[in-house]
Every structure is written in C-alpha cells, then in structure tokens.
Design a protein around this ligand. Sequence first.
Ligand code: DAH
Length: 333
Amino acid sequence: MASLSEEIESVRLSADSALESVTTASALEAWRITHLGASGSLKSIMARLKDAPREEKPLLGKLLNELKQHLECEFETRKLLTAATLAEPSIDLTEPGERLGQGRRHILSRTIDEIVDVFGRMGFSVADGPEIEDEWHNFTALNIPEGHPARDATDNFYMGDEAGVKRLLRTQTSTVQIRAMESQPLPLKVVAVGRVYRPDTHDATHFSMFHQIEGLCIDRTLSMVDLKTALLQFARSYFGPEAEVRMRPSFFPFTEPSAEVDMKMHIRGQWQWVEIGGCGMVDPNVLTAVGIDPEQWRGYAFGLGIERIAMRRYGISDIRLLFENDARFLRQF
Ligand code: DAH
C-alpha cells in the first residue's frame, strides 16, 4: 500500500491536472468542492494524519500543510484568471434587450427647417455665407462706418487679421445680404439661416451664439407694403391663420425706414405679441456699396431670431437649455 506521503503527492498531481482543464467559473467551483471542500480530498487525507506512526507525523504534517497551501494558492490564481479571461459567455441571448432611445432632431434644427420651408413656399431661395466674416461684409457694406460703436471690440469676437483684413465671427446674418447681392443676378429673393456670435454674458435670455434667419428681396418696385405682406404671410403659415404682424419704428444702419417686428402668436392657450426681429427697406447706401443702382432697384430686408421664436412657441424659459444638450430636456420636443 502506498505510503501517506505518496498519497499526498498523488492528491496534488490529480488536483493539478484536473485544474488544467478548468475553463469556466462553475467548473472551478466544482474543483474547489472536490479538493478543498468540507468532504474534499484535502480534508480526507488530512484526517489520516492521526493514524500515522508517531515519528513520521512531523514530516507528514509539514507535507500536508504544503499541500493545503499549494491547492489554495492554485485555486486563487485560477479564480483570477477565470474572472479575467475564461468567464462564461456574458451574453445571454434569451435576456430581454435594453430599449435603445430613438434619436430625434434638435428642436432648433426642426424650427429652422420649418421656417425655411415656409419661406421656400413663398418663393424665397436659400443663400449662405461664412460664419467668419471680414469687416466689409459685417459692417462697411451694411452702412456701419468705421468708428461706429457697433464695431467696438467689446461687442464683437475679432479674430485677427488675414492679409491685412480684420476678421470676426459674424454678429448678424445681414452679412449674407451683401454676399447674395454680390453673387446673384437681380431680381433677388433669398433667406439665409445661421449662427451669429456676440460676447454677451450668458443668462436666461442671452447666449454668445444664437441663430437668425435673414430675408432679402430686391426688385424694381418694392415698398413697406410688400415687406409687411411677406412677414404676415410667414406669420400666418407658421403660427396659424390668426397670427398678426406689428411694426414699430426703429433704426438699423442698413435699412431706411427701419422697424422692429412683433408677431402675435398663440402661446399655451393665449395670443401674445412677441418681439422677434428687425426689418426695413434696404438703405440706398447698401445697394450702392455692392454696385446696385438705387434709382433702378429697391429692396426690403428682415432678420428674425430663431431662438426667440422657438422659446416662445415651446415655452422654453432659458436659452441655455437649447445648448446644453441634456437629453432629458431635448426628449420633450
Ligand atoms: N441684423 C439685425 C440684428 O441682428 C436684425 C435686422 C434688422 C436684420 C433689420 C435686417 C433688417 O435684415 O432689415 O439685430
């Protein structure tokens, strides 16, 4: 019969070789029960120490202790390995899936699309211009001369010169009026939508970037009546047949006469006047700046704030919500 010390060695060998084929957490647990469990091979071989001859006990005790340490150490090592690389497949194909949130267009993008669509049906085509502009398009051609307070460094994001030309982030989409007149044949009927930038301190109604829609119409015979008709037609298509437009005399360097535009819109059960932008007849100086004869051509223009429209229409009280991209807010629209 094999001596106890040989049996200790054979327990070690068979435990080691069984561990070789363990590749899953459950197989490892089965191995632990077989070898380290309450009635496992280690416990039963240890129980036999008491029957060993007295003089062999110190050596056998030492061997058993080493076996115990060896098996425990092997188990711990294997456990780490199993957790890291040999884990059971973590995909349970029978588990109900997680619902993926359905994406949607940002409320501002949708508002822009809807507004452009209305103007498109009214015969306006879409014009475009850069967000980084030169002083000519942002100021000079728009009848805002050098030294005008609107050019102050504190009211503009200047970006430094390029080939001696001062650049800035455009403060208004009126720049696209100039670009359209420079590049397109007359008569002209365009809208331009886009971002504009002003160094405002952020609060509920101010943000350093926002959106405007600009309209420009140049033709032989145009008057304030055509301007008001266009704005009213837009208001009724967009806000509903009972919407109204009000003009209040104002001043803009690039229009004469100029007016602030209010629209009466239906907001949560009530019709309310909301100030949404400016408008006027294109100033002869602006036409002259781009080589159009003001004796032959006339124009009207308007610029409306997109955020203003969207915020009032959807009851959004803080402009910052539109740019924080918090899905909980955006999901509501
Ligand atoms: N550009 C003006 C602004 O940002 C708005 C504006 C006023 C645009 C009158 C126009 C206009 O086209 O005719 O405050």
